[in-house]
Design a binder for this molecule. Structure first.
Ligand code: GLA
Length: 411
């Protein structure tokens, strides 16, 4: 009798244990460091199909990007076809004839993850079906397909008083992703309009802080009702936002133009500054066609490690001259990253006197106390030890270049 009455209890216990790994997985915190990967938009716009995406995954394995930490292969706008008779979104059958599930499987077998794109409005920015009114259905579909990352845009969400409330709209998709039960990084893309840094930390893993990046060092390109911005303009718009970023919830100054920018120094600086900002590193270039010197920038282990530092503290402009800016970022292990950014088209020389301006981060109450403590200086681009903080550091920064140093406490 006794053993019989225990049976349902044991069965329930076994069922619970069998589910435990799934629960543990969906509860695992995502994006504890800024997400790294690739996205189709900057380079290809709507000119995408499944063979491009497969080729990118292959190239990221072959050129070392995957092993350097780039995990996500993200399809941006224009992958969508029609909804089926039950309202489920389907991939465009001409561009993605094998479907998204097959693509996710392909990407997963290469040790990478698949990202997808939708929009909180009735249509995406590219005029495809948006998720408004279909949030739970779409999230469930993405989970079934094995999608790992969702970029969620803000076009066609209404105007004036009829516009959707962004917080509500993004919270609805958050709830839908939670219900779908698969760990999916949630990338909020409403361009910083409603200051998502003030409300989105519990909703998304990253939020765009600006409109779209343009493939230029410094420019403002008009597109009718909106402008895209150059790398320097986007950098300047990050002012005041560092307090909002941290593990699991990052400021997103938009995807990288590294590999698209014309000048090698510009590519280096853009990458260095995004690393100083603890920005998501989502490459927007032709991966199979990357020049080796660009691959070397993207996979530089010390620059990637700055971006991915476990403390997740976003850097700040420590000293600003008219053309030369010196940025600082506290790192784990009482280390610091320092970047000297030359915004101008003329080489800049400067003597960095460590004793002149105290190196400290008031927000995080972290102070280097140079003088009391001494640091070895490592050139982050080369990995070479170039001296220490006991004397001033002469800086010679080429036009639009950025030198980057790591300060390591002396034993
Ligand atoms: C918006 C986003 C871009 C890109 C396009 C796609 O402009 O900000 O990053 O996703 O839509 O249409």
């Amino acid at each position: 009798m006794r053993s019989l009455s225990l049976r349902p209890f044991l069965a329930a216990l076994l069922a619970l244990l069998a589910c435990a790994p799934a629960f543990a997985q969906s509860a695992a915190p995502l994006a504890q460091t800024p997400p790294m990967g690739w996205n189709s938009w900057n380079r290809y716009g709507c000119r995408i199909d499944e063979s491009l995406i497969r080729g990118v995954a292959d190239a990221m394995v072959a050129n070392g990007m995957r092993d350097a930490g780039y995990a996500y292969v993200n399809i941006d706008d224009c992958w969508q076809g029609e909804r089926d008779k039950d309202g489920f979104i389907q991939a465009d059958p001409a561009r993605f004839p094998s479907g998204i599930k097959a693509l996710a499987d392909y990407v997963h077998t290469r040790g990478l993850k698949l990202g997808i794109y939708s929009d909180a409005g009735v249509k995406t920015c590219g005029g495809r079906a948006g998720s408004q009114g279909h949030e739970f259905q779409d999230a469930a579909q993405y989970a079934r397909w094995g999608v790992d990352y969702l970029k969620y845009d803000w076009c066609n969400t209404g105007t004036g008083a009829a516009q959707r409330n962004p917080r509500e709209a993004y919270a609805t998709m958050r709830a839908a992703l939670d219900q779908a039960g698969r760990p999916i990084v949630f990338s909020i893309c409403e361009w910083g309009d409603s200051k998502p840094w003030e409300w989105a930390a519990g909703i998304g893993n990253l939020w765009r802080t600006t409109g779209d990046i343009a493939n230029c060092w410094s420019c403002k390109l008009g597109h009718g009702s909106w402008n895209s911005l150059g790398v320097m303009e986007i950098l300047d718009k990050q002012e005041g936002l560092r307090r909002y970023a941290g593990p699991g919830h990052w400021n997103d100054p938009d995807m990288l133009e590294v590999g698209n920018l014309a000048d090698l120094n510009e590519n280096r600086s853009h990458f260095a500054m995004w690393a100083m900002l603890a920005a998501p590193l989502i490459v927007g270039a032709d991966i199979a066609g990357l020049k080796p010197e660009i691959t070397r920038i993207l996979t530089n282990p010390r620059l990637v490690a700055i971006d991915q530092d476990a403390l997740g503290i976003q850097g700040f402009a420590w000293q600003r001259g008219s053309e030369l800016e010196i940025w600082a970022r506290p790192l784990s292990g009482h280390r610091w990253a320092i970047a000297a950014l030359n915004r101008s088209s003329v080489a800049q020389n400067h003597m960095l006197d460590w004793s002149k301006e105290p190196l400290g981060d008031d927000l995080n109450q972290t102070f280097a106390k140079i003088g009391e403590h001494h640091f070895n200086l490592i050139d982050a681009w080369t990995g070479k030890r170039i001296g220490d903080t006991q004397g001033p550091l002469p800086l010679h920064v080429a036009p639009r270049d950025a030198q980057v140093f790591i300060l390591e406490p002396k034993a």
